[in-house]
Design a protein around this ligand. Structure first.
Ligand code: NOJ
Ligand code: CA
Length: 719
């Protein structure tokens, strides 16, 4: 029966039970298979919800409502005017992603509240209860006594009542580029982490007890719980204030320049608050709640949206070899009135052509060039609002020549628009910038917001900037350009609505290993449970030269082995993946580079085989429209023996398994570049027993053996 339901593309079962209820008896909703239970209640006019999983409490009775500016709080004196329940069961097809089709099976409850006295304002709370979690949001319907309003505080609570173990980063209003800490909630200390230089502590992290979402929790009762949000539009990002006595987490919105949270006008909706829960860590990673709660694509024709594998004129700057700048001194001119080149400007026509050649030779479809345009000498920290114009190249970068050359080599160009945080300037120039991309053949863009935001005192994660990012995605879609945003707010599944918004950074990427002390080996095992819950990350994996980057600091290095760098292409699913290292470092290891060439970016199916936040992740994915599978397995700083059961393969079919694994004495710190490549013939009865080194990993490709597969001398793997 289930199969029949699933095979129908979009089947909607809607059982609507409308009823008027003014009593205060709780409303209980069970998830489709009954393992989650939501309880909504009004207690003396104050709305509360709680969530149970089987016999375990996930979230205790938690408050809902708002404090408004210059108006009565919207949090009490309510009665239920109407409450409707229905079940949705439908399948939908994302433009790209981890699955070919996604099932949205949920029980919904729409509670319409009205104030009993005074202005009799209305507030709706909509719940979607899935088998693996809950989403809920507030809706402010059109009504006589409420039109324009300002949110001063959202009162939503997530009352855990347990001192859970948490994977958290500080509640910074401007950055997510932190190392995750694993502590009990009672030990959260947002000020104990080095502050990023986007302002003062008062500006950036005013609350010592605030953390960001996605927040990953592990309770002593065996539950894994993830709290985040979905569909963040026209509203600030939600952070969580941790009450260390009762472990009642409460929403903390990112304020605007004058301390207000959100400016809304009825009809209005907040983003969804999400609680994903399971007794298996792997279920957290495979949950599709956040995507299901987002709106379908607003981009009608999506045929131009294609996964992107790219190399870039980039790592050489990150590692200190060359520069974004054209000149070392803007104030010194030669006798012809021109700037004097510094001799290490990377984005020059000849150098860019080398990357285009490399991409073309190896079937990498795009090339990113950073530092091609004027403005890099004074781009950060000067509050120079109009520093970049996004269209003027440096004298040594020939836009037309690059366009011609790339086209002749069948390679696409990725634009780079760093704003230095000046969003007002970018807003004004959006059409100019994207028209320029169209004219010169750029099909995608990496944007960036390093530094404090202009308008002054606005935050990267506030409502103003959230609306800015959405505008960028919309303008880009109009120009048929795919976007990868750096230093933006962290994603909330909006790539369903804007499938051209293919990735974000909004987290601590691989680049931190080049220019700082880096991130420990556990980092990549935490990211899937935190940053990646809302959408893909431009993590920039694929570094092969693991050490000694910046000339000034010889201990800078990757905190992984080389094989783990390969595994990241599978453990961190994204339709946009960089082969981040320099061409010469790939030329030195073409056998290992083969995996980066082969690995898919878009999938029919993903199966998380084993995972534990902070420890390990093993996932297998079937490449879209093929019978090829890829596996990524990673560990933290501890070595690990993993046994991968290949029962997901087609029965009776032989596959060629190519295994890229850590070399015998590999170790992320002492011997990171040691790797081994093995090939075996396998079937769905085979098991792969693989040792992952300290900070190591393994990447595996599996392709069906056909008459043309070269199988001479390749052993059949015994069970
Ligand atoms: C920070 C980004 O994360 C990095 O990738 C980029 O190269 C620099 N900003 C310059 O835009
Ligand atoms: Ca960054």
């Amino acid at each position: 029966m289930r199969k029949i339901i699933l095979s129908v593309f979009a089947l909607l079962i809607a059982v609507t039970m409308g009823f008027a209820q003014s009593s205060s008896s709780p409303i209980i909703v069970k998830s489709p298979s009954g393992n989650l239970e939501l309880i909504f209640s009004l207690k003396e006019g104050v709305p509360y919800y709680s969530l149970k999983r089987k016999d375990l409490v996930v979230v205790k009775e938690s408050r809902l409502g708002f404090i408004l500016k210059n108006a009565e709080a919207l949090d009490k004196d309510f009665s239920i005017q109407n409450a409707t329940q229905k079940e949705i069961d439908e399948n939908w097809t994302p433009v790209w992603g981890e699955e070919r089709t996604i099932r949205n099976n949920t029980k919904t409850l729409n509670v319409e509240l009205v104030e009993k006295t005074g202005a009799q304002r209305k507030l709706n709370i909509v719940f979607h209860l899935f088998d693996d979690g809950l989403g809920f949001r507030y809706e402010f319907p059109i009504q006589p006594n409420m039109k324009h309003f300002v949110v001063a505080k959202e009162l939503t609570q997530f009352n855990l009542g347990r001192n859970d173990e948490a994977f958290w980063i500080p509640g910074d209003y401007d950055s997510n580029e932190y190392l995750y800490k694993k502590t009990r909630l009672s030990e959260v200390d947002a000020w104990g982490t080095p502050i990023l230089s986007y302002g003062t502590r008062e500006d950036n992290i005013p609350d010592q007890n605030a953390v960001q979402t996605p927040l990953m929790l592990k309770a002593d009762n065996g539950l894994y719980i993830n709290i985040h949000e979905a569909g963040l539009l026209n509203y600030p990002a939600m952070q969580l204030h941790v009450d260390k006595k009762d472990f009642n987490l409460s929403a903390d919105l990112v304020p605007d320049a004058v301390g207000n949270m959100a400016y809304l006008r009825t009809p209005a909706k907040t983003p969804w608050r999400t609680i994903i829960v399971s007794d298996k860590a792997t279920d957290i990673l495979s949950s599709k709640i956040i995507l299901n709660l987002n709106e379908p694509s607003k981009v009608q024709n999506t045929s131009w949206i294609k996964p992107i594998k790219f190399v870039g004129v980039w790592w050489e700057m990150q590692t200190g070899k060359t520069s974004w700048n054209y000149t070392n001194n803007l104030d010194v001119l030669d006798k012809n009135g021109n700037h004097i080149p510094n001799g290490v400007h990377a984005a020059n026509t000849n150098n860019v052509k080398k990357y285009i050649d490399f991409a073309s030779k190896h079937g990498i479809n795009s090339v990113l060039v950073e530092g091609w345009n004027t403005g890099w000498e004074e781009w950060v920290g000067n509050r120079a609002e109009e520093n970049f114009d996004f269209v003027t190249p440096y004298p040594d970068f020939d836009v037309k020549e690059i366009q011609k050359y790339a086209a002749s080599k069948g390679v696409q160009m990725m634009m780079h628009n760093e704003t230095g945080g000046s969003a007002t300037n970018y807003d004004r120039l959006l059409d100019t910038a994207y028209t320029f991309m169209n004219k010169f053949g750029y099909t995608s863009v990496k944007t960036g917001y390093v530094g404090p935001i202009i308008p002054t005192k606005e935050h990267h994660d506030g409502q103003w900037m959230v609306n800015h990012y959405t505008r960028v995605a919309e303008v880009a879609a109009k120009h048929q350009v795919m976007v990868n945003m750096h230093e933006s707010v962290r994603p909330t599944g909006l790539h369903r609505t804007y499938p051209n918004w293919v990735a974000n950074e909004a987290g601590r990427g691989n680049e931190w290993n080049a220019f700082t002390f880096g991130s420990p080996p556990a980092h990549e095992t935490i990211l899937p449970f935190t940053r990646l819950m809302g959408g893909p990350m431009d993590y920039t994996p694929g570094i092969f030269k693991m050490r000694n980057y910046a000339s000034q600091d010889s201990d800078r290095q990757m905190h992984t082995t080389l094989a783990k760098q390969l595994a990241l292409y599978v453990t961190m699913s994204s339709p946009l993946q960089m082969a981040a290292d320099l061409p010469e470092n790939y030329e030195a290891h073409l056998d290992a580079f083969q995996f980066i060439k082969d690995v898919a970016l878009d999938w029919d199916k993903s199966i998380y085989l084993e995972a534990e936040p902070g420890e390990y992740v093993t996932v297998t994915r079937k490449a879209k429209n093929t019978e090829n599978w890829f596996i990524g397995a990673i560990t933290n700083e501890k070595a690990r023996d993993t046994k991968i059961n290949l029962s997901f393969l087609n029965k009776g079919q032989k596959y060629l398994a190519t295994i890229y694994k850590d070399g015998k004495n590999a170790d992320w710190k002492t011997n990171p570049e040691a790797y081994q490549i093995e090939k075996f013939i396998v079937t769905n009865n085979s098991n792969l027993n693989i040792r992952l080194a300290n900070g190591g990993g393994a990447a595996i490709s599996l392709t069906p053996v056909t008459s043309s597969t070269a199988v001479k001398n390749i052993k059949v793997l015994k069970k």
